[in-house]
Design a protein around this ligand. Structure first.
Ligand SMILES: C[S@@+](CC[C@H](N)C(=O)[O-])C[C@H]1O[C@@H](n2cnc3c(N)ncnc32)[C@H](O)[C@@H]1O
Length: 227
């Protein structure tokens, strides 16, 4: 309901809905392709990222496209982030990894999520949701086992990790970092979320002996760019 009112208000007084979203940043407002898409996304109700987080993905994804190679998201759930990437990925191939049955085993010494969280989704519903986009491959199962069918020499220009837990984040970094093109970007959700302490732990451990710095992005993300 509130979204419908905001959508109408946007044509009468453009700044009001943005104020509601705490969005005073003109960089985002001036990206019309992005903001049009954002309004559609929130009406569809599958977006779990904030507008700033979605914008970070849009911005660094579109900057990475000229590198070529593939794109990946690990942690798809109902497909909100996957739709954002699909909309702006041009014709590059997108690989989507999820159990589509909820969280796998967690490490209760580090993680606050429980096995089975996010189980209210299915592969088929996400496939239907993204059916208008091409060059998308779905890999159902526990990552990194579910990556076994990828070509051995595959390289990535952009990766979105959104897995919330320690082991899956570490697996994602172990798999994608060596396959990331020079200049390629990995963005991770929840690096600074109090509900996902395992994400930061995995990043801090993995990058301790790497050349790249881990940069914090609003609202909860982090980003690395391969040297
Ligand atoms: C927060 S949700 C992802 C949200 C999604 N990116 C979006 O835009 O709405 C986290 C997802 O990570 C998945 N996940 C976590 N660890 C995984 C692993 N090792 N293999 C496959 N899926 C995993 C869970 O099944 C869950 O769907």
């Amino acid at each position: 309901m509130i979204i419908k009112i905001l959508e109408k208000l946007r044509y009468i007084s453009p700044s009001l809905p943005y104020k509601y979203l705490q969005l005073t940043n003109n960089t985002i407002r001036n990206e019309e392709r992005f903001t049009e898409f954002w309004w559609r996304m929130i009406q569809e109700g599958r977006m779990s990222l904030t507008i700033r987080e979605a914008f970070n993905i849009y911005y660094y994804l579109t900057k990475s496209l000229p590198l070529g190679g593939s794109i990946a998201e690990v942690g798809v759930y109902k497909g909100g982030g996957a739709k954002l990437i699909s909309e702006f990925k041009s014709d590059l191939t997108l690989h989507l990894f999820d159990t589509f049955e909820g969280m796998p085993e967690v490490n209760s010494a580090v993680d606050l999520h429980l096995k089975g969280d996010f189980s209210d989704t299915t592969l088929e519903s996400v496939q239907r949701y993204l059916k208008s986009y091409s060059n998308i491959h779905f890999h159902k199962g526990i990552f990194p086992n579910s990556s076994k069918d990828l070509p051995k020499n595959i390289q990535f220009c952009f990766v979105h990790l959104d897995v919330d837990i320690y082991e899956s984040t570490l697996s994602g970094l172990n798999f994608f970092y060596p396959r990331l093109k020079e200049g390629g970007v990995i963005i991770s959700h929840d690096y600074n979320s109090i509900s996902c302490p395992g994400v930061k732990k995995a990043y801090d451990e993995f990058f301790v002996d790497k050349n790249e710095d881990v940069f914090f992005l609003w609202d909860t993300q982090c980003m690395i760019r391969k040297r």
